[in-house]
Design a protein around this ligand. Structure first.
Ligand SMILES: N[C@@H](CCC(=O)N[C@@H](CS)C(=O)NCC(=O)O)C(=O)O
Length: 210
């Protein structure tokens, strides 16, 4: 079954097309344009996945989003004729690092620069930041209403997601329902390991330790 890649012109999804091409995978592109003013994706993309952003792929009944997760999926799924799986533990760790770093650090600052370069703060907040936060934290909220943990059992995903959620619950930057996030936050905050970690540090203001 071929891969469908949802692509916004001039965007991050270009990398996924490159990877599919390199792996010699059968794929079809569904291409869209961003709004010229707001640079938002067409709303219809939310029918594919509630985040409504690109890249997204669908394959064998699954929809996969986030550049890093998509790259991992494709590299793990398609190993013939081209195999890009890392050959050693060191290479695997390096690949994992750069996959997280690309979106978690490098692109974040590029996007902040691109957005702040020609927009007033208020305009930027209204047109870009608040809608994105509502979309992203609304998505997280829905997930935590439907699931006890982020990924099956308690996992590293819960640890990675703790700080964004703690900051969101403390700052309340946008007004959305947060019952699921609060339930989950109470749950992690009661874990002995979480409490022990807190006791090891002087301050962690995001849960009120000053
Ligand atoms: N970290 C996400 C970022 C996704 C993202 O923000 N994509 C942009 C295109 S480069 C987008 O869809 N923008 C339109 C929008 O936010 O509505 C990823 O790497 O998949």
């Amino acid at each position: 079954m071929s891969v469908t890649v949802y692509h916004l012109n001039n965007s991050r999804s270009q990398r996924i097309i490159w990877l599919l091409q390199h792996l010699q995978v059968d794929y079809v592109i569904k291409a869209y344009d961003m709004d010229t003013l707001t640079r938002r994706a067409p709303v219809e993309l939310k029918q594919i996945h509630p985040l409504g952003r690109c890249p997204m792929i669908s394959h064998n009944g699954r929809v996969i989003v986030e550049t890093g997760a998509i790259i991992e999926y494709l590299v793990e799924t398609f190993t013939d004729p081209i195999n890009l799986l890392p050959k050693s533990l060191d290479d695997k760790l390096q690949v994992r690092f750069w996959l997280h770093f690309a979106e978690g650090s490098a692109m974040t600052d590029i996007v902040i620069h691109a957005n702040t370069a020609n927009m007033e703060r208020e305009e930027l907040l209204k047109t870009k930041v608040y809608p994105r936060l509502i979309n992203i934290f609304g998505f997280i909220e829905q997930h935590l209403k439907e699931h006890e943990w982020f990924a099956g059992e308690f996992s590293g995903a819960d640890i990675a997601m703790s700080m964004p959620i703690e900051i969101f619950l403390m700052k309340r930057i946008v007004d959305i329902d947060t019952k699921g996030m609060e339930r989950w936050a109470n749950q992690i905050h009661q874990m002995p390991s979480y409490q022990q970690a807190l006791s090891k540090v002087e301050k962690y203001v995001y849960v009120g330790k000053n």
